[in-house]
Write a protein that binds this ligand. Structure first.
Ligand SMILES: Cc1ncc(COP(=O)(O)O)c(C=O)c1O
Length: 454
């Protein structure tokens, strides 16, 4: 673990223009920024890396990867990409465009950005629940809203998306029943349904645990059924592919696959390597067999639940029930008086770094602007990385920040430099206690700990 003092962390944060993505990671004690590509690969995966075949075309490593993918997701065309957003970019540049509408249970940041970049409108249709509500499948698509949208605009909808698990809505799963209903509706209108499948194995685990009649099924059979209800998928293998880089776009439709393949060759690389090297395919092929092992999934979900339960016990408000890959602190409940325009989630994320060197990620108004439904701070847990004592330390830091929030000692933020899209990655911010914005938190933030000298 990296040791820094509080004063050093304040300086580092200032130097990063209060954007946690700009911090040097060797100055972060525990990194919960993302679970994407940050996990540890297994010895089996590393051995696979050693036999990577780097042929430009027709590599046997690609063939092994392809068969590992189709073993779970039996789609006709598998297009390798360097990560999930490259698959999104290719698909939406073919299917998107002005006047089109793409519904999703909830778009993640890159998905929404690619839909919007194509000129289409990204519509989120998951029901919004209070964060403390214990519905077992809060990631579900709101079928009634989808039906209404289809009745009114089906000719403008080139595809429907389902994100599993629903990352922006607190890492919440989608039930098989809901996926089936969405699929029936999509087929009624002859519109292809795609999975944004980043955390498919965690979603299947929740189906097995929480959905009636599912407890005796194999994870692989649940995943296969999820795949069979859809017509294709985008995948960031940096999550449930268990690798540090990789992804793919999978499709059944020949004409769509041909159009996407042209874009793939133009932007990523030839059809049998995409944006990857042969060794990456070997690591993904093994990762896909490891991620569906029940012992792994049980450990993964229980260790996340341990973190979340400790926070609940300490009075830190989080999204419940606890999801698979992350804990989501509810910043709106922690800082009820801070307006969302001052990014309460970001205020908490900055305090977590200053107080204890934890790095987390705001998922709220800073990330999504007006499309944000909740003000959350996501503490994503890298796969196979942290131990219980790391988590105990993180809990102590969260508890301290919750106390500071209660005492009115956290400052809101305002943006001083904003890029046109995906602003949270590279924007610059400043605490309001240093700025000229006048509002009801200025008095509290004048004493903000950001102005402390030690
Ligand atoms: C639900 C979801 N979709 C898409 C992506 C994009 O994947 P990538 O980061 O590999 O581009 C992410 C990444 O965090 C995600 O969580």
């Amino acid at each position: 673990m990296t040791a820094t003092t509080r004063a050093e962390r304040l300086d580092l944060l200032r130097a990063a223009d209060y954007n946690l993505f700009r911090l040097p990671s060797d100055k972060v004690t525990l990194d919960f920024l993302t679970d994407s590509g940050t996990g540890a690969m297994s010895s089996e995966q590393w051995s696979g890396v050693m036999r990577g075949d780097e042929s430009y075309a027709g590599s046997p490593s690609f063939a092994r990867f392809r068969s590992a993918v189709t073993n779970l997701f039996d789609y006709k065309h598998i297009l390798p990409t360097h990560q999930g957003r490259a698959a999104e970019k290719i698909l939406f540049s073919v299917l998107g465009g002005p006047k089109k509408i793409i519904p999703n249970n909830t778009h993640f940041d890159t998905t929404r950005a690619h839909v919007e970049e194509s000129g289409a409108e990204a519509v989120d249709l998951a029901k919004s629940y209070p964060t403390e509500d214990h519905h077992p499948f809060k990631g579900n698509m709101d079928i009634d809203s989808l039906r209404t949208l289809l009745e009114q605009h089906s000719s403008r909808i080139p595809c429907i998306f389902m994100t599993v698990t629903n990352n922006s809505a607190g890492g919440q799963p989608v039930s098989l029943r809901n996926l089936r209903e969405t699929s029936e509706l999509a087929r009624e209108y002859n519109i292809p349904l795609f999975l944004d499948a980043c955390r498919f194995a965690e979603n299947a685990w929740f189906i097995k645990q929480r959905e009636a009649g599912m407890s005796n099924r194999d994870i692989s059979s649940i995943v296969r059924e999820m795949a069979s209800l859809c017509d294709g998928m985008t995948m960031s293998a940096k999550k449930d592919g268990m690798v540090n880089i990789g992804g793919w776009l999978a499709l059944n439709d020949d004409a769509l696959a041909a159009a996407c393949s042209e874009k793939l060759i133009l932007t990523e690389g030839f059809l049998t390597y995409g944006g990857l090297s042969g060794r990456d395919f070997e690591a993904m092929a093994v990762g896909l067999t490891e991620v569906i092992q029940e012992s792994y999934l049980e450990y993964r979900v229980k260790s996340t639940a341990f973190f979340g339960q400790r926070l609940i016990d300490c009075g830190v408000p989080i999204v419940e029930p606890i999801g698979g890959h992350a804990i989501y602190i509810d910043a709106a409940r922690m800082l009820p008086d801070m307006p969302k325009e001052e990014f309460p989630g970001h205020a908490i994320a900055c305090a977590l770094y200053v107080e204890g060197g934890l790095r987390a990620c705001e998922i709220g108004t800073l990330m999504f602007g007006e499309a944000a439904v909740h003000e959350l701070v996501r503490m994503a847990i890298p796969r196979r990385m942290y131990t219980q004592s790391h988590i105990e330390y993180a809990v102590e830091v969260c508890q301290r920040v919750a106390e500071l929030a209660k005492q009115g000692k956290l400052s809101g933020f305002r943006m001083v430099k904003e890029p046109a899209s995906l602003r949270h990655f590279s924007c610059e911010l400043t605490p309001i206690s240093y700025g000229e914005v006048a509002n009801n938190v200025v008095e509290a933030s004048k004493q903000a700990d950001y102005s402390a000298k030690d």
